[in-house]
Design a protein around this ligand. Structure first.
Ligand SMILES: Cc1cc2nc3c(=O)[nH]c(=O)nc-3n(C[C@H](O)[C@H](O)[C@H](O)COP(=O)(O)OP(=O)(O)OC[C@H]3O[C@@H](n4cnc5c(N)ncnc54)[C@H](O)[C@@H]3O)c2cc1C
Length: 310
């Protein structure tokens, strides 16, 4: 049996909770994985020692993991990882690292997986219009979307072994600009409320932020909103040329439901749409639809949520 290796996802210097979902995905593929933690300080691995269902933890230390150079990440991981099938989260950086690692090892890469049935892997294609299932024989590097698998439990106790690795850094970060907003990122949230051009002006996104604050959601936007208003940053854009999100709940407000927007959010577990046009395409994909202007619907929605959540 080939090794199963899960690469922990890092976010702001700590291990992202979705790492626990990757362990479940590894079990679905058929093995108790080795959990690899890329880090500059091995103590970051302490937080995953209690994850259930892992055979061992390897903290791979290298200065390259301080930056965003995917080729450096891939070379450091390649030198430290045993052979085997590798799973990581389908984030922008990890997908890049996954492709480079697969190329270095001359093995297959399968991106954006949303279902694992033994060695059969399903992922969306054609902007999410169809799913394809591929069968993997031999080793592969697989990226898995967040919020697809349940997290494993926390009743394990694994020792951490530390491996020093050097990476071949091709590019270095000269300056890190702080994100303009400290709000939750759409790709990390369990609930996303997004606004489109139908919001009328960027100032009206404050109404979405108020709902987001009540339910712990991130605020997203359509490309039309991002392109029309400089105040709405590209980091909020959901869709084919923006971010792919897979939350439990996606609320689309004043968004028509163009195919390019659907490409980034149609795999959300529940979709709620608020649009004044009953014929808007978004309603064909929504689990719950409210035909109304956001000016009518959002205050009622906000009041009901506040009453419900105290
Ligand atoms: C190559 C390419 C890539 C693209 N990538 C993306 C992408 O990543 N993400 C993306 O979103 N788009 C993308 N687009 C653009 C996409 O085709 C659409 O133009 C865009 O999604 C439309 O955004 P919208 O729904 O906010 O605006 P509109 O199409 O203008 O729709 C606004 C909606 O708001 C409703 N509305 C108006 N007023 C109100 C009100 N007061 N209350 C409630 N509803 C109201 C209207 O009925 C309408 O349905 C891409 C396009 C191309 C060609």
């Amino acid at each position: 049996m080939t090794n199963m290796i899960v690469i922990a996802e890092l976010s702001k210097g700590s291990i992202h909770p979705s790492t626990a979902e990757l362990v479940t995905a590894a079990h679905a593929f058929g093995g108790e994985p080795i959990l690899v933690v890329p880090c500059t300080d091995a103590s970051v691995a302490d937080s995953v020692q209690s994850l259930s269902g892992i055979s061992k933890i390897i903290a791979v230390k290298s200065d390259v993991f301080d930056g965003n150079d995917s080729s450096g990440w891939a070379s450091a991981l390649d030198s430290a990882l045993p052979s085997g099938t590798v799973l990581c989260l389908a984030t922008t950086r990890s997908k890049d690292v996954a492709a480079r690692l697969a190329a270095r090892r001359n093995i297959s890469v399968v991106q954006d997986v949303i279902r694992i049935d033994g060695t059969n892997l399903t992922s969306p294609i054609y902007s999410g219009k169809a799913n394809q299932t591929v069968s993997v024989s031999g080793e592969a590097v697989i990226t898995v979307r967040a919020n697809v698998f349940d997290s494993v439990g926390n009743d394990g106790s694994c020792d951490v072994s530390i491996v020093d690795a050097s990476g071949d850094v091709k590019t270095a970060v000269q300056e890190v600009m702080q994100r303009a907003s400290t709000r939750l990122d759409v790709s990390e949230a369990n609930i996303v409320i997004s606004g489109g051009r139908g919001m009328g002006s960027p100032a009206n996104f404050a109404h979405l932020e108020a709902v987001a604050d009540t339910i712990g959601a991130a605020v997203g936007a359509s490309r039309a909103a991002v392109d029309t208003w400089g105040e709405i940053p590209h980091s909020m854009q959901v869709g084919q040329t923006g971010k792919t999100v897979n939350p439990n709940l996606y609320i689309a407000v004043g968004i028509s439901g163009a195919i390019q927007h659907l490409a980034g959010m149609r795999s959300s577990k529940y979709i709620v749409a608020i649009n004044k046009d009953a014929d808007a395409a978004i309603f064909q994909h929504a689990d719950y639809g409210i035909v109304a202007t956001w000016e009518e619907a959002l205050p009622v929605f906000q009041e009901a949520l506040s009453a419900m959540l105290g």
